[in-house]
Ligand binder design. Structure first.
Ligand code: GAR
Length: 223
């Protein structure tokens, strides 16, 4: 494959070395606290290495979009129900995100699976954060499923999106203990505290250092 700067990678390897500052598009569906953590990290100074060039959502009326507007970041919403098919929505999302020429797309609480057309355009440049320790408890209810199973340790996972449900090559994970008396909300909030720190750390490192993904071995290297 050839990455945007034109360096050829060996087969099975995806490499990307953004020019500073790396251009980041963040996708959200809800409260957007992970987005806010990234906005705060960027505002703390250029050492972060990235700039959020747009925020996209799959719905309107959410706090995530308000956070973008308050920060003066271009924001848009594309709702699946406004398109004739899921594929048309996926292509519209691809085209809208492409307008911002991102080095990195961060799915931060974006509650839709990105489709084949989107991933064909941005494959190897899309990361997601999930509130469980992959490969356990994929899907929409990671904290609830971990609690129901009775695990004593859960956490969060930041990974490259590869087309399945929370199953792409893992970049980083953080563990969070389940405490006696936890309900889903208390556990998820504690996971989110760890998740925001992990996401900011990972996005900053990707932005500053670039990355290599060995797809065959599912191995991610940050030089
Ligand atoms: C985060 O915990 C994120 O991991 C989760 O939604 C929350 C969004 O919080 N995503 C998933 O469960 C996707 N499988 P935020 O809107 O406050 O950033």
């Amino acid at each position: 494959m050839v990455h945007p700067e034109g360096t050829e990678s060996p087969p099975g390897l995806v490499q990307h070395r953004p020019e500073a500052p790396a251009r980041i598009v963040v996708l959200v569906s809800g409260s957007g606290t992970n987005l806010q953590a990234l906005i705060d990290a960027e505002r703390a100074g250029p050492a972060f290495g990235g700039t959020i060039v747009a925020v996209g959502a799959d719905r309107t009326g959410i706090q995530g979009l308000e956070r973008a507007e308050q920060a003066g970041i271009p924001a848009f919403a594309l709702r699946v129900k406004d398109f004739a098919s899921r594929q048309e929505w996926d292509r519209a999302l691809r085209d809208r995100v492409a307008e911002y020429a991102p080095d990195l797309v961060v799915s931060a609480g974006f509650m839709k699976l990105l489709g084949p057309d989107f991933l064909a355009a941005f494959g190897g440049r899309v990361i997601n954060t999930h509130p469980a320790l992959s490969p356990s408890f994929p899907g929409m209810h990671g904290p609830a499923d971990a609690l129901a199973y009775g695990v004593k340790i859960t956490g969060c996972t930041v990974f490259f999106v590869a087309g399945g449900v929370d199953d792409g090559p893992i970049i980083a994970q953080a563990a969070v203990a389940v405490e006696d008396g936890d309900d889903v909300s208390a556990l998820h909030e504690r996971i989110k505290t760890a998740e925001r720190a992990l996401l900011v750390d990972v996005v900053g490192r990707l932005a500053r250092q670039g990355w290599t993904i060995d797809l065959g071995k599912r191995k991610v290297t940050l030089p």
